[in-house]
Design a protein around this ligand. Sequence first.
Ligand code: ADP
Ligand code: MG
Length: 638
Amino acid sequence: MNKKQTRWRNRIIVALVLFAIALIIENTGLLEAWFGTPGDLYAELVLFLIPYLIAGYDVLLKAARNIGHGQVFDENFLMSVATIGAFALVLFPDTEPHMAEGAAVMLFYQVGELFQSYAVGKSRKSISDMMDIAPEFANVMRDGQLVQVDPYEVSPGDEIVIKPGERIPLDGVVIDGESQVDTAALTGESVPRQADPGTEVISGCVNLTGALTVRVSKPYEDSTVSRILELVENAADKKARTESFITRFARYYTPIVVGVAAVLAIIPPLLFGQDWADWILRGLTFLVVSCPCALVISVPLSFFGGIGGASRIGILVKGSNYLETLAHADTVVFDKTGTLTSGTFSVTAIHAEGSFTEDDLLAVAAHAESLSNHPIAASVRTAYTGAIDPERIQKVEEVSGKGIRAVIDEHEVLVGNGKLMADAHADWHDCELAGTILHVSVDGEYAGHIVIADMVKPDAAEAIAALRRAGVRKTVMLTGDRADVAQAVAAQLGIDEVRAELLPQDKVAQVEALLEAQAAHDPKGKLAFVGDGINDAPVLTRADIGIAMGAMGSDAAIEAADVVLMDDRPSQIARAISVARKTMAIVWQNIIFALGVKFAVLVLAALGIANMWMAVFADVGVAVLAILNAMRAMNVRK
Ligand code: ADP
Ligand code: MG
């Protein structure tokens, strides 16, 4: 509880005590003895006005201020009118007085408000705790001394030392030491990862067992930690349709309710000679019940909880609207390389042709690939044991979905698939081996090919099965790779449809066709695309919902995606869908529950059956229950 809430709580307690004393005095008949009749009535008024004003003066002030700003119909207004009205019934001396109710409504309304503010604060805090990954400092070598500096002051290329127990402040590569790294804060994965020289480590993880020296690869602004914090901060701004519906709903609902209450209070006595006091009281009770706060507060809170819960298992959802879309995922489209397969290819064969040796072939390919971010490129560089000499490379151009065009040692070199060879009219031929084939040509002469094989991720088959269990109707794999490789992977994983040998723009066209097919089948169902952003960032934005691999994926993918999986495991998709569905279920439970109770009590109030006390319960009780329900959205099993 913060200072403001503590003061607020104390004020409410004082008001409650005074209210209890007032109730006792009222019921002992002391007032009549002291003041006689009708003096006792005014004494009672003063007695209850004291706790009322202590508890509710701020509500009255807010209502007055909002009227000044032209925003008349809010909950402060409802509460002020209803309670002042209850006190004003003192003007009808021959009816039961309702001072106690007037004070009680305000008191319990404030109790409910305090509870709400506490719940919102608490869920904010647990999200920020979960996201408590911001490093405070980095240890950098300066003049042979280790100094602590702000992570913002460290530049790429600097060497930093991370002692056991410290948080890794910036993304980088281990150059010395070995240790276990706890990635739980980012990925929810409880088993620590081993880090040795050469391992890439990401900021936000905690170094557990040994000291690590890391060469920083990105400035702090671009490191994983800053990107995640930024995503989480922006998530709250993207409202789900359900959520903005509630805001709009409240805007129309409140004036309507005020109108109905006025009609209820005025028409029956005026036209049908009914008792004024009785109908005014009904109108006021109606106003108290009508306050839509349970709805207005619990719906955003549920979405907030869902986003927080997902982040605990390493799934970053960029806004509540995406949670809503994800809950309706019906078609899930995957990219192959880096998404369903690990993207770490191993070279299985090298077939040199003509005057080239196998070593020449690999050296030329590794130089051509030396600047590419593609998983294939990284694998070729790993297979090449020699050093890359930047002097030998004159020009490099990436031909997306096809390969690389480069000038090396003054020779025109092409490294890529059959499409690239065909474009260049090289005299190439296919290979009978299974796998992805990298053809190489030098100055138009075919130099042979390198056969590389990729591994399916360990949880990929389970990911597809889990999606099917979750009710996803269709799974599709799109790839730029060869049809036979694609078919083999799809068969192994149980994917429904495959489209192979696609260029990046073909992938967009395929997704557009699938979107149309989805709309024709079931317009409410949504299409999700899952990719790593290498050659598929445009598709991520085109799909109803784009899901990116965060750890290995490109920055562009993380920008373009709506949901980011921090640990690159495709099985997280089904979990993300289940978190989304649970959140939506809670949202609808709250909407139906709050509106249902509200409507029932409204009818009872109009009929004169519900009294003010019931109205108070309907309001505060429903709000509290709805908030408790909303907080369930945050409980996601790790
Ligand atoms: P996927 O759709 O499976 O993720 P991509 O669209 O990234 O695959 O690539 C499609 C194909 O283009 C690859 O299978 C490969 O044959 C070729 N290719 C793409 N980039 C490169 C590269 N840097 N070097 C060699 N070949 C490449
Ligand atoms: Mg890819």
